[in-house]
Design a protein. Structure first.
Length: 209
């Protein structure tokens, strides 16, 4: 919890610092290079893309996540959007004890959990003016819901899943992140994301409309 509070404080400080620097630069030197149309991110632009992600703020570290992202520029420095993802993975096997008619007291078996996770997330981000028209750098926050389904399976030793410990993880989730886009053409950019949220690391492409 303390780590999360420190991380949020750091992101907030970056947002405030970035906004102050951006405002000062725009006021001091409003050149053609800082007009809306020549910037990687600007008001009225819509960004849509897909990505692959690893890790999660909820602690699910297995598998690769498939993520669809969208963002709209409500101002030259502010974007709102959302993400929808999916990934599935299986945990390692564990030993457990169960009773059978043959062994009325206990027997040893192994089982695993298979997780399916669907995050539905809303995001808001502050985009920095860095003086490179093709580069978009941003920091933001996210809030949403994780739909988690868990399927236990007996691997060996007999028995049924009825006696297995239950597991669930659906619930509200939040996060903070840093985002970078670099545009190779007027409409196509490579995208990288790092933070605490749907995934820890995310790499993909975005299209600008």
């Amino acid at each position: 919890m303390k780590k999360s509070i420190k991380l949020c404080t750091l992101i907030a400080a970056c947002l405030i610092m970035g906004g102050t620097i951006s405002a000062a630069k725009n006021k001091a030197a409003p050149t053609a290079a800082t007009t809306n149309g020549s910037q990687a991110f600007h008001k009225g632009a819509f960004y849509l893309g897909g990505a692959l992600g690893l890790g999660s703020g909820l602690g699910y570290l297995g598998g690769v996540a498939f993520i669809a992202n969208a963002e709209y520029g409500v101002a030259d420095n502010i974007g709102v959007g959302g993400s929808v993802g999916y990934w599935s993975y299986s945990s390692e096997s564990f030993s457990y004890a169960y009773a059978t008619s043959t062994f009325p007291y206990s027997a040893t078996g192994t089982y695993k959990y298979t997780y399916s996770i669907i995050p539905i997330i809303a995001t808001g981000a502050w985009h920095f003016r860095v003086g490179v028209p093709k580069l978009d750098l941003a920091a933001g926050v996210s809030l949403g819901y994780y739909i988690v389904s868990v399927s236990p399976e007996v691997l060996s030793g007999g028995g049924t899943t009825a006696g297995l410990p239950s597991a669930s993880g659906s619930g509200v989730a939040w996060g903070v992140f840093g985002l970078a886009r670099y545009f190779f053409t007027d409409h196509l950019a490579v995208r990288g994301k790092l933070g605490y949220g749907i995934t820890v690391v995310e790499v993909g492409v975005d299209f600008r409309f």
